[in-house]
Design a protein around this ligand. Structure first.
Ligand SMILES: Cc1ncc(COP(=O)(O)O)c(C=O)c1O
Length: 378
């Protein structure tokens, strides 16, 4: 049996009719850059995450980078980033001239550990970048408390968690369920094709509830433009294409249903893998909805198990084998092995199993059975 890590053609088939209809309309209009479809998508997505403002950009990396620039973060500043995430989270900080300072993660949720954030704060710290990894919100309650205490901004990297939620305690009596990307100063989304909401190429979005930041970001993504050929500040070409916006708008209608299917698949894995000793299953923290962008287990002898799965036709993968503080590119920051032990341990034994809305129970059962055999024999 061949089981892919993700099934993008399956997603396309479900939204094909709407996409074809809307693309025909777009081709008739010809507004390919920041056109009507982009505005439509920005409105729909802002409403989906309950954020007053949303701005389409060309990638998740640019969403983070422009978000940091709008907060006036640059040379001499520090931004706290988890040591275990995709490299783009830290690169966005580096692009601004600021320094990423790495915090460790929680052993069970893979997300940034608020205790280690507090220890990483210095006089130069300007912001915290929680990354909602694998589809689960970081523990935003304590993170917001630390940010308030030290006067720090929050930029959420929610590239992997479209539609995930977190219950914020507003006061003793009231808890509000918030979507990731709507809890900080800036929420940065990636729509890289494999994400829970994926475009058919590169795309991203910045969310904010701050009208001033929104105005700044509009200029930053489009050459600092005040009017067609008048430029008030240095800006970038980071615009969302209308074609991508058409795809995203059509797929957004399915996002909640697809996320629910991912939750169901995670439930199947939990059921089939629950009794294998030596396999640690992912934990959904009780504070919100996990949308399982990735289903990550932990297993000793990981590389051998991965080899066996791939040989049996299962496209398992390792996200991520090297923590950011030990990446060659960040050698100059002076971190050593052992500095962030949880992230380092996870990199050694994490293993991501195929999960997507169209995977079948038969396929999950086959993966579980293969894994059982491998764990016993390697
Ligand atoms: C956690 C995280 N941050 C940032 C990014 C960057 O997004 P993009 O590839 O759209 O630039 C990604 C994904 O690629 C990601 O997984």
């Amino acid at each position: 049996m061949r089981i892919p890590f993700i099934d993008l053609p399956g997603q396309y088939r479900q939204s094909k009719k709407v996409i074809e209809h809307e693309l025909n309309r777009l081709f008739g209009r010809g507004d390919f850059i920041l056109g009507e479809s982009v505005k439509d998508f920005e409105r729909s997505f802002a409403s989906y995450i309950h954020s007053p403002y949303a701005l389409g950009v060309n990638s998740g990396t640019d969403a983070l980078f422009l978000g940091l620039l709008s907060l006036e973060i640059g040379r001499g500043d520090e931004v706290i980033v988890p040591a275990y995430t995709y490299i783009a989270s830290a690169f966005a900080v580096t692009y601004t001239g600021a320094r990423p300072v790495f915090a460790d993660i929680d052993e069970d949720t893979f997300n940034i550990d608020p205790h280690t954030i507090e220890r990483a704060v210095t006089k130069r710290t300007k912001a915290i970048m929680p990354v909602h990894l694998y589809g689960q919100a970081a523990d935003m309650g304590p993170i917001r408390v630390i940010a308030r205490k030290h006067g720090l901004r929050i930029i959420e990297d929610t590239a992997q968690a479209h539609g995930a939620t977190y219950r914020i305690t507003e006061n003793r009596l009231q808890r509000t369920e918030k979507k990731t990307g709507s809890m900080g100063d800036i929420g940065a989304f990636s729509f890289y094709p494999t994400k829970n909401l994926g475009a058919f190429g590169d795309a991203g979005l910045i969310a904010t509830s701050n009208g001033q930041l929104y105005k700044k970001l509009r200029k930053l993504r489009d050459y600092g433009r005040i009017s067609k050929y008048v430029h008030g500040s240095v800006g970038f070409n980071s615009r969302l294409d209308s074609v991508q916006a058409v795809f995203l708008n059509a797929k957004l209608r399915h996002l909640d249903a697809w996320n629910q299917k991912r939750v169901n698949v995670a439930g199947m894995y939990n059921k089939y893998l629950g009794d294998i000793s030596g396999v640690r299953l992912p934990r959904a923290a009780g504070y919100g909805k996990h949308v399982y962008h990735i289903y990550a287990i932990r297993v000793s002898n990981r590389d051998k198990v991965l080899e066996g799965l791939v040989a049996a036709g299962v496209s398992a993968a390792v996200h991520y084998p090297v923590p950011l503080h030990l990446q060659p590119v960040y050698k100059n920051l002076g971190y050593r092995r052992g500095d962030l032990p949880v992230a380092e341990r996870v990199c050694r034994d994490v293993l991501c199993l195929p999960i997507h809305p169209h995977i079948t129970e038969k396929q999950v059962a086959y993966i579980a059975q293969t894994l059982k055999r491998l764990v016993k024999n390697v």
